[in-house]
Design a protein around this ligand. Structure first.
Ligand SMILES: [Zn+2]
Ligand SMILES: [Zn+2]
Length: 187
């Protein structure tokens, strides 16, 4: 019997994204099965894989001070957003500045004018990803087998795990949750 599965709403058709057609064997079905379990679409999976591929092949141009500052702001705001603050406006602003700066930096370093906007977008994603990675809570330096602080402090959930603006403990820059819990065990 054929049971109609309720379909998740897909992305709204903007009329801008073309439909592609590819020939792929069994890996497609395996990937789709995993994606379904994770509540993602196969399009999400492919897009992410393609993005990683393009990111790997992208060289970061020398950055101007203005671009560097805009990217640093953007990373700060992204972390604030992870903590639940409403910084959508600031993120948009920093992103616009960073993209404009990056386009100049790219053109300065000899990037062709055509497609420079797309290259700037990919470059910005790499810079933000690396910027966030550099700010991840360093709890594992103190607890190599993993962080148990989240449950130790009850309601404070150490989920997002980015370093907070707090002094280092044993040389490790911790997120707010880990810092509070660690500080309390030691005092
Ligand atoms: Zn921790
Ligand atoms: Zn932490």
């Amino acid at each position: 019997m054929d049971i109609e599965q309720p379909r998740k709403p897909g992305r709204p058709a903007t009329g801008k994204t073309p439909t592609r057609s590819v020939r792929i064997g069994g890996i497609w079905d395996r990937a789709r099965a995993i994606a379904e379990q994770r509540n993602e679409t196969i399009t999400d999976v492919i897009e992410r894989a393609l993005e990683d591929y393009v990111m790997d092949a992208t060289t970061i141009p020398p950055l101007s001070d203005g671009t560097r500052a805009a990217v640093a702001n953007l990373v700060d705001y992204e972390i604030e957003r992870e903590y639940g603050n409403d910084v959508a406006g600031q993120i948009r602003g920093a992103k616009t500045l960073a993209l404009a700066g990056l386009q100049f930096d790219l053109l300065d370093s000899g990037s062709p004018v055509e497609g420079v906007q797309g290259v700037a977008e990919t470059t910005l994603r790499i810079l933000v990803r690396d910027g966030l990675a550099a700010r991840v809570c360093q709890c594992r330096q103190i607890h190599p087998h993993g962080c148990k602080h989240g449950s130790a402090v009850g309601s404070l959930f150490c989920g997002r795990h980015y370093e907070a603006d707090v002094p280092a403990i044993d040389g490790a820059l911790l997120c707010g949750t880990c810092h509070v819990a660690e500080y309390e065990t030691r005092s």
